[in-house]
Design a protein around this ligand. Structure first.
Ligand code: SF4
Ligand code: SF4
Length: 103
């Protein structure tokens, strides 16, 4: 298993989108449902024989806290659209504030 982490940690919390590259087949369903165009499908640099793979767009990598705010949890247990859309459970979010609140 190879995990690609996109994001950052600062004084207010941790904001990462992690991708299990072995599970991602580049289908693009996550990018299609993302309301903020955070995700994209690119050639798989982790395995040049293996087609495409999901990535987090460069301009969003240091502001996921804000870019993913439209999907923040409002008390329910629903996964963000990108996680729900992924048929292989390749995406994990680590969006937590310093106070322990999940976003
Ligand atoms: S949490 Fe929402 S905004 Fe963030 S990558 Fe997923 S679908 Fe896009
Ligand atoms: S929906 Fe899942 S398998 Fe498809 S591109 Fe996104 S992360 Fe990869």
């Amino acid at each position: 298993m190879l995990i690609a982490n996109y994001g950052y940690k600062d004084g207010s919390g941790e904001y990462f989108i992690a991708l299990d590259t072995a599970k991602c087949d580049g289908c693009g369903k996550c990018a299609e449902v993302c309301p903020a165009s955070v995700l994209e499908v690119i050639p798989n640099d982790f395995d040049i024989d293996d087609g495409n793979i999901m990535s987090v767009q460069e301009e969003h990598r240091h502001k996921l806290k804000y870019s993913c705010a439209p999907c923040k949890k409002t008390g329910g247990d629903d996964d963000p659209p990108c996680v729900s859309a992924c048929p292989t459970q390749a995406i994990t979010h680590f969006l937590s504030t310093a106070k322990g609140q999940m976003l």
